[in-house]
Design a protein around this ligand. Sequence first.
Ligand SMILES: Nc1ncnc2c1ncn2[C@@H]1O[C@H](COP(=O)(O)OP(=O)(O)OP(=O)(O)O)[C@@H](O)[C@H]1O
Ligand SMILES: [Mg+2]
Ligand SMILES: [Mg+2]
Length: 710
Amino acid sequence: MGPNAAPSLFDDIPEPQGPAATPAAIPTADPALTPQAAAPRPALTPEPAPAPVARPADVPSSAPLAAATGYSASSIEVLEGLEPVRKRPGMYIGGTDERALHHLFAEVLDNAMDEAVARHAKQIRVDLDADGFLSVFDDGRGIPVDPHPKHPGKSALEVVMTVLHSGGKFSGKAYETSGGLHGVGVSVVNALSDRLDVTVWRDGFEWKQSFSKGHVLGPIQQVQPSKKRGTLIRFHPDEEIFGVGAAFKPARLFRMARSKAYLFRGVEIKWTCAQERITDATPTSATLHFPGGLADALTERIGELETVTPAFAGRVERKGEAGAVEWAVSWSPIGFGEADGFVSSYCNTVSTPDGGTHEAGFRAALVKGLKAYGELTNEKRAGLITAEDVIANAGAMISVFIRNPEFQGQTKDRLSSPEGARLVEQLMRDPLDHWLTESPKQANTLLGFVIERAEDRLKRRKDKEVQRAAATRKLRLPGKLSDCSRQSAEGTELFIVEGDSAGGSAKQARDRTTQAILPLRGKILNVASATADKLRANVELSDLALALGVQPGSRFNIEDLRYERIVIMTDADVDGAHIAALLITFFYRAMPETIRQGRLFMALPPLYRISAGPLSEYARDDAHRDELLATVFKGKKVEIGRFKGLGEMMASQLKETTMDPKKRTLARVTVPASEDEIEDLVERLMGKKAEERYRFIQDNARFVVDELDV
Ligand SMILES: Nc1ncnc2c1ncn2[C@@H]1O[C@H](COP(=O)(O)OP(=O)(O)OP(=O)(O)O)[C@@H](O)[C@H]1O
Ligand SMILES: [Mg+2]
Ligand SMILES: [Mg+2]
């Protein structure tokens, strides 16, 4: 950090919207985050001595070998039909967790979307019932029901549902640019459902067939004459695979359905969900239809965030052959929610969270376009720009339609067709050049912004080099910090304490080698509602960042952190809790990575000291006190002392109860583990809806999460 770093602190922390709120980032318990320290790893078992194996020289035929090891031709199994799917679901849906469970919906919805994109269906209906069954209907052509030429006695429908690699999307005759391509999707859903019913309307009739765990329950039924068209798949995931109680999450289904509607203007998705399944703000019914496509999706995502320029959005179809690109991108100086930027990409309406060639093409188009514009306008610094600089603060959505795409795996998390990059780069370049030259003012603003990112990056790199070179030299640290003597971060802790007197006790109680103390003197702000300007001006918070060796906001880098752990140590009273809540909020807003990586803790100082003669114990709260009185001190004449604050404790007491790693208990601050929950949390804490946030805080007014000894 340079000498005038302070004014640049906090300049890119998202501004909160709505009225003030206090505690935030009050995470829920997450057993996955229990530290390794608390649960020692099992010792490695010693290398096993090589098992005695008969050598070929000793045995003329392999028969005795087979007998000895039990491994012979009969050990090699061939799994029939859908058995492999049930035996190894991971290969088909990436696991059996919540994400995998929702992938079942993606498969069925993808098939319905393929009908829509091929312009045979206009409407899709998604419905989650009270009994946990999920239905997807589309008014497309309907899965063919006539007898299959290669599977006598079976309808095409049955083949599609029970035979892997059966489908109408291999040749490109029935579909042009489909998300489906393996002929696997819906058969996998069938294999992993304890019940699946298909209804098809076509050829003048309604048809029906049912399955369980991939097995057909009876031949296809011709139910009644009907003029309707379409396919309805209603299914229930098998608890044997996904675990007892596994159930679809309405919020997640809704989000998936909504993003599909954004990806193709020609479709309307009707959503309904049984009220009793809903635990959050997800609507029970909605019609999703977005004629504005990705441009609308981005607008919604950006909300009222300040952006550098109006969004750059467009859609281009390739002439003569199948292929199209649609995109929308905007840049935000303060980041998007908890991240600096994001790229959401899709191929043939299938979400590709791990990116791939289309994202590469997108980045290449932007970098080349901006550099070319820089040359045109004689801005030499444009030469510095890399893809990283262009993308860092961008919020981008990109959707491509290509024939025969290639993905990694059945869950299609990453697009690997080289054509993805070529297509996007080619089709985007002209519109980008036009957009830039059409409005030089906005183009210059954007170019300037991106160049700044590039210069920042270069400066950061240089700073880091300097920092390394001066590793042993004293860094510029706030005066009130009592640093520890160890140079590396490993095994070190920073205690943030409230007030000078507590700071004094903590200084005496600490282990100088590994424990540093930073007393906060003035009032810290209500960080949840303060503007970035106010945060910047707050000396206490600036000093905290300096002591930690990091820059808050988008330039935060967890590797800069000077300590392994950060411990908030405040008095065990209401004021202390308030300050702790403000600090957690600050970390959550300005350096959420510290929480995500489990580096932020709360100390748990005692409130009472109870003694009877030579016997003495500390109690953390009233309940703990009562428990001790009823057990350890039962029937004894006791003296109870209440600590008014940390500063009142003797250094030895503070050490013994709160700071000594061998005796104390710390609480780790965590955030909910799943992406969904984090998104929800961010939405509620940072979002525009004050009443939402208020309710959330009320529901979660506690922060001690995982108690653990570290
Ligand atoms: N809603 C639908 N409307 C019409 N045909 C469908 C529908 N759903 C499935 N099909 C037919 O069933 C075939 C098999 O579907 P399945 O999902 O198993 O594989 P796929 O979509 O071809 O490829 P992928 O494994 O990549 O999803 C499809 O290719 C299509 O011909
Ligand atoms: Mg499919
Ligand atoms: Mg199939």
